[in-house]
Design a binder for this molecule. Structure first.
Ligand SMILES: [Zn+2]
Length: 194
């Protein structure tokens, strides 16, 4: 898990980290991607290859909206809404590239598939996010997409813990707050009435 001052990378999946560029602040939903500059900064923070292209802000926000609907559906045990799949496919379709396989270092006999993408148009910058969403639906376990249990939090994550018992986006922010609230309730219930 990694946290920098500006963006959160706590989801364990790129497509969900992208959804998490919308946060709840004082009960209001706030977008951390207001400008193209913000989007380029996020792509840089996500360690995607740098590019001199302009930011595909409009397409980025459409993709983010679709991925939020997807995350909401999957975290509630529903199937991917048709419209979200169409948006993912639109980005994939517009992003030329080819796959190749490379041996995995230190693991003889194992190979990993890599996508060599050509990045010549702004929308291509979104392809890694769309590809991650596609990989989640095709090869991942959609039932492991969870929303943070803090009612004051709208962040999503992919629960890769061994017993699949992860409940919070971040223990420091949401887990401890919930524990403190539960402790306060217990103490209050035990306290004699004045
Ligand atoms: Zn949270």
């Amino acid at each position: 898990m990694e946290e920098n001052e500006r963006f959160l990378f706590v989801a364990g999946r790129l497509c969900l980290d992208f959804v998490n560029t919308e946060v709840l602040q004082a009960g209001q939903r706030v977008s951390l991607l207001s400008t193209g500059e913000d989007l380029l900064a996020w792509l840089g923070s996500a360690k995607l290859p740098p590019s001199a292209l302009s930011a595909p802000l409009k397409e980025g926000l459409i993709l983010r909206g679709a991925l939020r609907s997807l995350a909401e559906a999957l975290s509630q045990g529903q199937v991917a809404p048709h419209g979200t799949v169409a948006v993912i496919n639109d980005v994939l379709q517009r992003s030329p590239g080819f796959s190749r396989i490379e041996p995995v270092a230190g693991e003889p006999g194992r190979y990993a598939e890599q996508t060599i993408a050509s990045v010549t148009e702004p929308v291509h910058l979104l392809a890694p996010i769309a590809r991650d969403a596609a990989a989640l639906l095709c090869h991942g376990d959609p039932s492991l997409v969870r929303q943070c249990e803090n009612p004051q939090c709208i962040l999503f994550f992919y629960d890769t813990t061994k017993n699949h018992g992860r409940r919070w986006c971040r223990m420091t922010a949401c887990g401890n707050r919930a524990k403190a609230a539960a402790h306060y309730r217990r103490v209050k219930d035990r306290a004699p009435h004045a």
